[in-house]
Ligand binder design. Structure first.
Ligand code: ADP
Ligand code: ZN
Ligand code: ZN
Length: 755
């Protein structure tokens, strides 16, 4: 017997199969989908590989498979192949998502206590590293082994690395010295399910609206029928209770359930809702904060059939859960369901495919649904309402929505107020401090932080590697690049014109915190942004501190908006709503609306009324106006009309073909070649049918250089049909057949980030 295998390596050239003989003793054990070890290449190095086909014999097979490591099912292999085609990547990259991470936990007892440990992360960009391995810049086999291991297991400890890669600490140190890896001190958190007692909760009497939603999904479960539902209801309207009761229903039928939530929302409070209803024995949790061993254990628990409910972030959709009866995706509008690294899959698409194959319902839930989802759930879409709309119009616990006020910053300036706080926001904070209530101040995205500019000649300090403005960090008094980490000392004299008129512009969280300290010297504050939430301080710790120590003011970026309950927060201030309105992206309005609506939802939850103050230079913007009214439908109507007029999703797909290379000439050459080939193919298609496709010429990306690699792109606007998919896959293959030195190409459909 012979096995056709795919080598588990990123290299494009290896995206084909190789034949190996199956030794007699393995014949009965090997399956399509097995992860095996084979001798490969000149030195007969041992490489991981995946079996994709079994056959009687082959004239090309002249080596034996060494051993079997793990078996996948036919269905998983099929899914991986489907993904490779749809997301323009290697089958092996997709298979990896379905394999058990890491290995069994050793010394279970040691994990019971929280402790600080040294963990290892990649310091260089993974694409960079893979390129260096392919071009033999990194030669040491042991070093390569470690880098590959860390790639799949960021946050591993040094003993773990030594054990799994059979290497030594000295090699890890060399990789650290050479800038490939870094050590990060981390507090190991216990598996959230192991801790404390929880009270068992019983199901609540559903409201009429909840009952109606429940019954519709229940019917699809009972009838073994694929159907997509959108559960649309404001925060607090009782969506989670509907999920819980559907899961209970599924379990009563001896089936299982997958629940996806955004990573950042996988908080202990959130998990407790599930654990207290179903008990921890039946639940498996998959999230990135678990140690490798714990992740492995959860995966095994699922594979062995010991888990009935899987709760996890994006990649939990690949959990090997048998007999699934319903898939639930909460906060379905969240951009984290779309992977931004290879494979660039969308978990919502995968969920739909799985639900369809298994004849089960897919339930999406949101207070501010993705425009595309809502469009498919409304009558005007010609697709015959692909998604059934279920609505919850009232808050289940009868708490009221906060009042929202919009402040025009232009007016403030005209009145002579140059501070970051409008008069209104200032007096409300003052009032709140007096009443011992908590406040959240929200700065829209981190890109709004300080850059420096010469007022004399307009010079700005840019990163030499990435060509974007460096950001000023006042604490370290350094200028830093947010893309590659490059840093330099601050400048006081302009390098261009030698004037001393250097000024700092923009508003970061640090600057806001300083200003708050100046204006309210007695207020306690805590800051949450990318700088404070690093690999070592979790988001959760900051939230807990804010809550438990009753800190007066939380200052933060995006991170503060995710589903937390802060009973004592009665005021939320948005410092400047504008920066997300001005991003170079067709979703600018949608992002602004979603984020403002979510932030507003943080104020006044239980029985205290809340107030939200939104400061902006664009008070007339409809995204801001609609978020003031918390009126999703009005926002939807305006935005969908705009999308239709300008032809943006959901009325077409945006396909982004990205190129990056050290070599400026080569990147131009390759992108032009690809353009010409696509033009030819698409023209032929256009003649065949009236398919409206727009192909744009290759252009440098808005950020045209990152870590010394030039970046170009081609954009296609049109519907992502099977034909276009084939054309793209073919032209990708053709391009790679040519003599390309170091240009890499990636294709992303409707990417989150267009820069
Ligand atoms: P969402 O998921 O839409 O934010 P939740 O399901 O968390 O809403 O419900 C918000 C609050 O209302 C929770 O405290 C929940 O226990 C309560 N709740 C939900 N449904 C009911 C119900 N039918 N009767 C009473 N309370 C309910
Ligand atoms: Zn100057
Ligand atoms: Zn840089």
């Amino acid at each position: 017997m012979v096995a056709e295998v795919i080598i588990n390596r990123g290299a494009k050239k290896l995206n084909r199969t190789f034949d190996y003989n199956i030794p007699k003793e393995l014949e009965d054990l090997i399956l399509v989908g097995s992860k095996v070890i084979v001798p490969f290449g000149k030195g007969e190095k041992q490489e991981e590989a995946f079996v994709v086909k079994l056959k009687e014999k082959s004239e090309f097979a002249n080596k034996d498979i060494i051993k079997i490591e793990e078996n996948l099912t036919d269905k998983q292999i099929e899914l991986a192949k489907w993904m490779a085609n749809r997301y323009f990547c290697n089958v092996s990259d997709c298979i990896k998502l379905m394999l058990t991470p890491g290995t069994r936990t050793k010394n279970k007892e040691k994990r019971i206590q929280d402790k600080i440990i040294n963990t290892v992360y990649l310091k260089k960009d993974i694409e960079e590293i893979e390129f260096e391995i392919e071009t033999k810049k990194i030669k040491s086999e042991k070093q390569i082994k470690i880098l590959k291991f860390i790639k799949d297991n960021e946050g591993a400890t040094i003993p773990e690395i030594e054990m799994f890669t059979d290497t030594s600490r000295a090699i890890v140190n060399t990789l650290i010295k050479n800038g490939y890896l870094e050590i990060v001190e981390k507090k190991v958190e216990r598996n959230p399910l192991l801790f404390k007692d929880y009270k068992k909760t019983e199901k609540l009497q559903l409201t009429d609206e909840q009952q109606e939603a429940f019954e519709k999904v229940e019917k699809a479960i009972d009838e073994n029928r694929f159907e997509q539902f959108l559960l649309y209801g404001v925060t607090g309207s009782g969506k989670t209770e509907v999920y819980l009761q559907l899961i209970q229903k599924v379990i009563e039928k001896e089936r299982t359930a997958i629940v996806l939530v955004p990573e950042i929302s996988l908080t202990p409070q959130m998990l407790e809702r599930f654990v207290s209803r179903f008990g921890k024995e039946d639940i498996a949790i998959l999230h990135s904060k678990l140690s490798i061993g714990e992740r492995h254990d959860e995966w095994e628990k699922i594979r062995n059939g010991d888990a009935k409910i899987v709760i996890g972030a994006r990649s939990a959709i690949f959990a090997p859960l048998a007999n699934v009866g319903v898939i639930i995706i909460d906060e379905e509008h969240d951009s984290s369901y779309k992977s931004e690294t290879t494979p660039k899959y969308n978990a919502k698409e995968i969920a739909k495919k799985l639900a369809k194959e298994n004849n089960i319902p897919l339930l999406l839930g949101s207070a501010t649904p993705d425009l595309q989802t809502f469009y498919k759930a409304t009558k005007e879409s010609d697709k015959n309402t692909e998604i059934t709309l279920l609505e919850l119009t009232k808050r289940a616990n009868n708490s009221s929505l906060p009042s929202v006020e919009i402040i025009d910053l232009k007016q403030e300036l005209a009145n002579g107020n140059r501070s970051m706080l409008s008069m209104e926001l200032y007096s409300n904070i003052e009032e709140n401090l007096k009443n011992k209530r908590q406040t959240i101040l929200f700065l829209n995205r981190r890109g709004y932080s300080t850059f420096i500019m010469c007022r004399n000649c307009g010079y700005t300090v840019k990163c030499p590697n990435c060509n974007i403005s460096l950001t000023y960090h006042s604490y370290e008094r350094k200028l830093k690049c947010h893309y590659c980490g490059y840093e330099q000392n601050i400048v006081t004299v302009c390098p261009e014109c030698k004037s001393d008129k250097i000024r700092y512009f923009g508003t970061g969280t640090q600057k806001l915190e300083q200003e708050i300290h100046k204006q309210f010297p007695n207020a306690s504050t805590i800051r949450m942004d990318i700088d404070t939430v690093t690999k070592k301080n979790s988001h959760e710790e900051i939230i807990n501190k804010f809550k438990n120590e009753n800190i007066d003011i939380l200052i933060g970026t995006q991170m503060v908006v995710k589903g937390h309950h802060f009973p004592n927060v009665t005021l939320v201030g948005v410092i400047a709503a504008d920066s997300s309105l001005n991003i170079d992206d067709y979703r600018a309005n949608e992002r602004t609306f979603q984020i403002l609506t979510q932030v507003a939802g943080r104020a006044g939850r239980e029985n205290l009324p809340g107030k939200v103050i939104i400061q902006t230079y664009n008070p007339q913007s409809f995204a801001i106006q609609c978020s003031r009214e918390q009126n999703y439908e009005k926002f939807y109507e305006t935005e969908i009309a705009l999308r239709k007029q300008l032809k943006y999703p959901p009325f077409c797909d945006i396909i982004l073909i990205g190129f990056n290379s050290y070599n400026e000439n080569e990147i131009k050459k390759v992108s032009n070649q690809m353009y010409e080939e696509l033009q030819k193919e698409l023209n032929a298609l256009r003649n065949l049918q009236e398919n409206e496709i727009k192909l744009f010429k290759p252009m440098p990306c808005p950020i045209d250089k990152i870590q010394n690699r030039y970046r170009w792109r081609i954009i296609i606007k049109g519907n992502m049909t099977e034909e276009i998919n084939r054309i793209l896959n073919d032209s990708l293959k053709n391009i790679y057949k040519q003599n390309i030195k170091d240009t890499r190409i990636s294709i992303d459909v409707n990417p989150n980030n267009m820069s």
